[in-house]
Each structure stands twice: as structure tokens, then as C-alpha cells.
Write a protein that binds this ligand. Sequence first.
Ligand code: F6R
Length: 607
Amino acid sequence: MCGVVGFVGKRACADILVKALKNLEYRGYDSAGIAVFENEKIKTVKAKGKIREGLEEKLKKEPPLNAVCGIGHTRWATHGEPSDVNSHPIGNERISIVHNGIIENYREIKSFLIGKGYEFESETDTETVAKLLDHYYKGDPIKAIERVIGVIEGAYALGIIFKDHKNTIYAVRKDSPLIVGKGNGESFIASDMTAILEYTREYYCLERGEIAMLDGSGIHFTDLHGEPVEKELLTAEWDVESAQKGGYEHFMLKEIHEQPDAIRNTISPRVKDGMPDFSECGLTDEKLRSYKHIFIVGCGSAMHAGMAGKYLIEAVARTPVIVDIASEFRYRDPLVAEGDLAVIVSQSGETADTLEALKLSKAKGADTLAIVNVVGSSIAREADMVIYTNAGPEISVCSTKAYAVQTAFMYLFAFQIAYVRGKIDGSRCRELVKGLLEVPEKISECLEDMSQYQFAASKIFNADSLLYIGRGLDNALSMEGSLKLKEISYIHSEAYAAGELKHGTISLIEEGTPVIAVMTQNALKEKMISNVRTVKSRGAKVIIICRSSEKIDEDCADYKVGLPDADDIFLPLVSSAAMQLIAYYTAVQRGCDVDKPRNLAKSVTVE
Ligand code: F6R
């Protein structure tokens, strides 16, 4: 996730900006840069790679900078590979900007600007904002910013400098974080307080529709029409580590809370006029129509996202899908061949087995589509087509938001296959896409009150073993719920198709065995209730995850975890946040090291 910083004061600022950027390194990045007012010009220094080896080395080769005002950025690549030219700040001799977020309509803006004679150097969405500002700027920064804000769609936190408004920073945001720090005779902007805690603890939260202007006289807030806005000055009580976690106790909890935005960032750029659109990666409708077989391959949570994809694609697009674990796929001489599509799913893009599965599929003549979070990773580079999931870096070892975005992508993918293969018409496809775009809001509702997850956790944290049961999509998604629980709390857990229990596994149930029953599918409700009663009558302690509005008899389940209402097809994706939180609070109550579970690594680059 990109990091934004800015400084205005009386001291030389280059080192302050670099230090502030280093404080944001935990967010993950692949390039860094600064732009400062130096000798009546905007001077930009930026480089691919780590700050120490890239930006700092370049700065050492420059004459010392005396500037007292500038902006800085760490970039986590989303549009365009990590490179010097794609690094921020981006702009020209008149204007320079740093941006965190994603501009969804950047293609349209780019075409408009090319029509006006602008030329583009980078592959970034950010360059369209810089050029649009340049286009509208006629001497009044606020007016130019107001025009730009009216055009751009998506998420942004922007720090902006104009050459002819020396030693002044403008900042504006929507759906990406940005705070404004107030120091002693100096001011800052930053993605979060971590960046500037050693300089000040006092800050303002910038809201949507407000513009901050920082100059030698202090900090001024206006609305988009230039009218002054009064804001409350806040004081940060955190230490640096908790600031990195945005005030959350663990990265896992923070990343669970980032899921609504992460899903928006994955889905919105791939929706055009209400319909799925994968043209950015070359996955045309003709190709999607033509594939004989679709394989989805990954490891762990990524494979579970593939399992959700299988259920969705088969249900909506009536197209069979083979899901495989990468380490099995690569050694079993799979039947993948020319004319097939292999969808390779990976957060890191570096998992050894998954990478080999990709190479094997290519060697056998299949088209390969990578669903990857880390831009420029090995799997992204190797695949024929790439969809980046734009979730930002996932720091907790256990996957939460990366799984959520992979699964969300599977929905959109299923809808597009269904549409191009004539299984649903345009209006149904639009309806489904609309439903998917509403999922982030539903997940946000789930995240409002933690008490029911904490309560459920208190009922299982002493268990040695438990079962997750579900049917249909609930079965697919509870595989991931079960993996979460076992990997961070070390309680043995299995996910089982509810109807399969009676063929053996039910013998594990004894007095007090916890069972988590996921029941979001109205169409399968009666069958699920009967499975739940069966385990309950054998002594199981049942926690049921279902709609809050569902009436559950006491003799059926012991506790209920309520979900907001949503269509059957979308509620499982919402319920996965509830399962992650139950796992999280169980691990916390057991005193486990949530973000770094024993024996596990974030990126498994060996077999
Ligand atoms: C579980 C988890 C792992 C990863 C798996 C694949 O929480 O994080 O199961 O999903 O190691 O990793 P990627 O997606 O990086 O290929």
C-alpha cells in the first residue's frame, strides 16, 4: 500500500521526508521518491527499490538540498511495474503529486488528455491526475483541485505542490487515509501517524470534500469551494508499533477491517458500464467462450478461493471447473492442454509449487491467467495474462484480505463466463455485478460490533478439536474458516460437507464437541437444520452462523453469530469475515502469536 508524506517548515526537509517514508516501510513498497521546492523549481528524486539502496543512494549523488517544503511517496505498484518512471512523485515542471489509491476511470481521463495533446511517460493511473491538474490549473490551485475531484473516480489520498505556489502543499482524500500533522512551526501530511510521530503527536483527520493547505503560516482547511472549514485538533496516544497497525492490536485484525476497501479496489476497476470487463489483461470474450476446460490452481487459502470459484462458475456459468492444490497438480501429469485455461491464484506470486504449476500449464499449451496481489512477482511475470488484486500488502502471515479479494474476483469471473457463454443475459449479469459491488458494505456491517465473535471464541477457545459444517458455497468457504482457526489458534479443525458427516466423521462427535455450522443458503436451509439437529442430539455444542433475522430454536443450536441480510450467492463471502474474526479472537484468547503463527512463513518459495 502506498505511503504519502509531506513537510512544510523552516528546516531542510529532504532528510525529514526520507525518514518519514522509512517509517511507512511496513506498509510495503517497491519504489520511493520525493519532490521539493529547490532554487525556484520543483526538484524530484525517485528510484525503484528499497529507500536505502534506491532513493538514498540517488540523493547522495545530488548536491545537498536546502528545500524546506516537499512531498514524498513509497509506491506499492498497482498500475505498471515497479520502475523509476512509474515511481512517485509524478508531474512536470509546474505540478507534482503523490497518490495513494486507485483511479478507476483513468483510461477515460487518459484518452481525454491525449486528445488535448498530452503525452504520457508512465503506466500509472496517477499520471492522469497530475496531467488533469495541469490541464485545469490556471493559477488557482483550489479551483484546479475542485475540477479534478469532480472528474476522478476511485480512491485517493493526494499530496500536491505547484511550482508557482512556493513552499505550499495541498492535500485532498477520498477512501484512502491521510492525516495532517501540526508541529512546532511546521506542518506535515502523512498516510498515518507512524510517519511523523517523532516530530509531533497532534494531527487533524482530513475528510472527503475538504482540502488542506499547508504553508509557512500554518494549516488551513477549506471545502471544495474554498470556504474555510474548522477542524478539531487530535492527539495521538499510540506508540510507533501500534500506529503501524492503525490502532489495531494485530495486523490480522487491521487487514480483516481493510477487506471492504480491498474488495472495492479489486472489483471496481474491472467493471465497465455495470458489466465485468477483463480487457486490461487480454482475457477477451472470445477466449472465455472458447476454453475447453478451466483449471484453478493454488495453495492454502488461494486454493480455497479457487474452490469458491468452482462452486460459483459451475452454478452460474454451468461450466465445469477443476480445482487443484498446486503441489498435487504439478506431479500428477494433469490433463491440462492446449485450448484450456489455467487460473493460477497467489497472493505473493512467489509460491514455489504454484509457480511450477503455472510453468507446467504453459508447457502443456494452456493459456495462463494469474490472480496475484504482488505486482511484478514471478507468477505475474510468467503468466500470459494477469489480474492484480490490489489488496495492498498483507503483513499478517495468515491470509485474510488477500483471500477475500481472490474470492471476490471469482464472483466477477463467474458472471463474465456465464454472460459470454449465454447462461445469463446482460440484465441478470448487471444485477449480479451490482450485488457484488454491495458486498463491501455488508462486510462493513459485519465489522461494526466484535462482541458476537468474541463470545463465540470464548465458547471454543478451550477445545482440542472442532468441525465446521456447511452445504454448497458455505462448504467451500468454511474450508477457509477452518484453516484460519487451525493455523493461528492451533486447535485442530476440519471443514466437512454437512451431508457427508454421517458417512464416518459423525463418530467424532461426543458431549461438548464444538461444531460451527454455516447456514447462509436459503435453498439448503432445511437440510442444514436437519444436519445441525443430528450433531446436537449427539452432544455437540453448536455455533450457527446465519442471517441475524433467522429464528433458531434453542434445541437446534447453542449460539448464533448473526450476519446482515444478502442474497444466497453473496452471503458466504460476507460470512467469511465472521469466520476470520472467530479464528482471530480464539487465537487471542489462547494467547497465540496471531500475526506470526508457529512454523509458518508468509511466502513459501521452497517446495
Ligand atoms: C493461509 C495462507 C496460506 C497461503 C498459501 C499460498 O492463511 O496464507 O495458506 O494462502 O501459502 O500463498 P500465496 O497465495 O502467496 O501463493
